[in-house]
Design a protein around this ligand. Sequence first.
Ligand SMILES: NC(=O)c1ccc[n+]([C@@H]2O[C@H](COP(=O)([O-])OP(=O)(O)OC[C@H]3O[C@@H](n4cnc5c(N)ncnc54)[C@H](OP(=O)(O)O)[C@@H]3O)[C@@H](O)[C@H]2O)c1
Length: 253
Amino acid sequence: MTLPYVTLSCAMSLDGYLDGESPQRLIMSNAEDFDRVDQLRADSDAIMVGASTVRRDDPRLLVRSEDRRQKRVSEGRSASPVKVTVTGSGDLPAGSCFFKVGDVEKIVYCPRATAARLAGALGGTATVVALGDPVTMRDIAEDLAARGVRRLMVEGGGRMHTQFLREDLADELQLVIAPFFVGDPRAPRFVGEGAFPWTATRRARLAETRQIGDVVLLRYALSERAVHGGASTEPETVVAAADRRGADHGSTT
Ligand SMILES: NC(=O)c1ccc[n+]([C@@H]2O[C@H](COP(=O)([O-])OP(=O)(O)OC[C@H]3O[C@@H](n4cnc5c(N)ncnc54)[C@H](OP(=O)(O)O)[C@@H]3O)[C@@H](O)[C@H]2O)c1
């Protein structure tokens, strides 16, 4: 089975945090970069976030641009990608935008023991898929592949990124660095602890750098198919971006 081409996407502070600790969501990026992320969403078959992000940020997870939505529909796709999340506790607010907004399929993965209660609480607004305990990102990727998902965008939070990286399931990392510090150890980090496949002796391949206003995008090719463009599933292979690197480097786009 060919697993989905997985792109991890997030913005972090200079000291590696995804957010602050205060109740208000910390805006890391800028309008131009949000538009880039919107294109990445439009190029994806599914968008995934962790349950904490659903609870804390209440994101819509829809393609914002009307042109991009119309283009997807003209291609016979839903206006926005399938929404995906995962929970162990089953604590997902049925009234959240994840479930209430957007005429797209919503899928929730959870351990078997949680599935019946969660399905009852969500009342048919989402497809609840019971997997093993613990749920692994590989199980999720395999299930999504069986559902026809070829491109999966993972938008956080840190526990999502950590697991996809640790399980070596990420093809590409699109990491935006915001020009400020958070400095609060209670805040969520881009990744937690773990044995990551990329170390000082097995270094990730930097495929592109791009200045976007006051932030910078770092694009890493993490899989062979990203490096060599071997999969036909990528909307644009990282190797192609690497070839353009000279033109893009340091320019404000
Ligand atoms: N800057 C950015 O680009 C960006 C993007 C997204 C999010 N964020 C921020 O990131 C923060 C959230 O990140 P986070 O790391 O705390 O949480 P997260 O990754 O969003 O979600 C973690 C939760 O997902 C569920 N989960 C994860 N792995 C699981 C597994 N293998 N099996 C079952 N359930 C699993 C659990 O939910 P249960 O607790 O329900 O069991 C877990 O508590 C928020 O502050 C948000 O604002 C920032």
